[in-house]
Design a protein around this ligand. Structure first.
Ligand code: KG4
Ligand code: ZN
Length: 339
């Protein structure tokens, strides 16, 4: 069963065709990163207009690369939220039009939940129950997963997301955007032992993340040392920052694991999952199987939307022809989120 996935929640327009939830027939991603780089972050109005320019062509290209036409598609899955409202509107409106015109069912997909399916496409089905960490530019959530669509939110960030913190620290050091890959590259040449970082939300019973204190510490360090910051000192500072930022993820996963000992494995998803130091730390500290996505499915893509859409469709969570049975409200970020 083929699902057409459409993603436009932030600064990537993406289209994919995925068979049976995991076999990727096509996955096209058009990143706007070069357009936004000059501003040091995503400009929502520009993002929406960039999506609008390319979405129709990209859907045609995605179908053609998969060697299918609309008659071969069972349903259209589209990112409903969370995300930038103008950007989301482009994808949702396009998908609604396509569904109305073609008679296909429409499946609204939560972008954050779908990231987990980025760790599943192209792989064997995981063993349930499992834990899943979504760690991206907008979210730092741990879920307990009983099935591909049953997610219980166990931990979330009180303030900044982990990836957002990488981006802000990179900006502070004048390293460009997006910050995660640049910080990782620079940190590789540094020694984290040469710089002490504060430990955030140390109490292991607290199932929350917090990154704003670490960010403020970095702002103050930069202010204090800016006249003496040699390249090797910057590398040491970034290595220490990275280890603390990633260490918090590992520690909270360990806490949730103690609460849910029945979890058989851990899935990691989202942009920060691309970080190789994170993969190393997880291998050192976690003693159950950990599954990371292929690098191309860490950051935003539509294969993950189609992957999740497949399972939602199987459980009957698709729209009727007039879309009246779906709340098109976008999801909020924290404990109020719909599961
Ligand atoms: O999942 P994603 O593409 O978009 C969101 O839904 O947010 O994640 C983007 C985030 C950015 O904050 C970026 O800096 C971070 O993922 N990121 C990384 C790395 N690659 C991307 N963070 C740390 N290390 C990386 N290698
Ligand atoms: Zn994302």
């Amino acid at each position: 069963m083929n699902i057409l996935g459409i993603e436009s929640s932030c600064d990537e327009t993406a289209v994919a065709v995925v068979a049976n939830g995991t076999d990727v027939l096509s996955s096209l991603v058009l990143s706007q990163v070069d357009v936004h780089r000059v501003f040091g972050g995503v400009i929502p109005e520009i993002a929406a207009r960039e999506h609008l320019k390319v979405i129709d062509q990209l859907v045609h290209a995605g179908l053609s690369e998969a060697n299918v036409c609309l008659q071969d598609i069972a349903a259209i899955a589209v990112t409903q939220g969370p995300g930038l409202i103008g950007a989301l509107l482009v994808g949702v409106s396009y998908a609604k039009g396509l569904a109305l015109g073609s008679g296909l069912k429409l499946v609204p997909v939560n972008h954050v939940h779908a990231h987990i399916h980025g760790a599943l496409v192209g792989k064997e089905a995981p063993e349930y129950p499992c834990l899943a960490l979504v760690v991206s530019g907008g979210h730092t959530n741990i879920y307990y997963m009983k099935s591909p669509t049953q997610l219980e939110l166990m931990a979330y960030t009180l303030d900044d997301a982990c990836g957002e913190c990488f981006d802000k620290v990179a900006k502070l050091f004048g390293l460009g955007y997006p910050g995660g890959p640049i910080v990782e590259k620079m940190a590789k040449t540094g020694d984290s032992q040469n710089c002490k970082m504060p430990r955030m939300v140390e109490d292991s019973r607290k199932l929350v993340f917090s990154y704003s204190g670490l960010k403020t510490y970095m702002v103050n360090l930069h202010e204090r040392e800016k006249l003496q910051l040699t390249p090797s000192r910057v590398a040491d500072v970034l290595a220490a920052f990275q280890d603390e930022a990633l260490g918090q993820l590992v520690r909270k996963l360990q806490s949730v694991r103690r609460l849910k000992p029945q979890a058989k494995m851990i899935l990691i998803a989202g942009g920060v999952a691309a970080n190789l130091r994170f993969r190393q730390l997880m291998a050192q500290e976690i003693d159950i199987p950990v599954q990371f996505p292929n690098l191309k499915y860490c950051s935003d893509n539509a294969a993950m939307i189609a992957g999740m859409g497949y399972h939602l469709y199987q459980t009957g969570l698709a729209s009727s022809a007039d879309f009246d049975d779906i709340s098109w409200d976008c999801y909020s970020r924290y404990p109020y989120e719909k599961t």
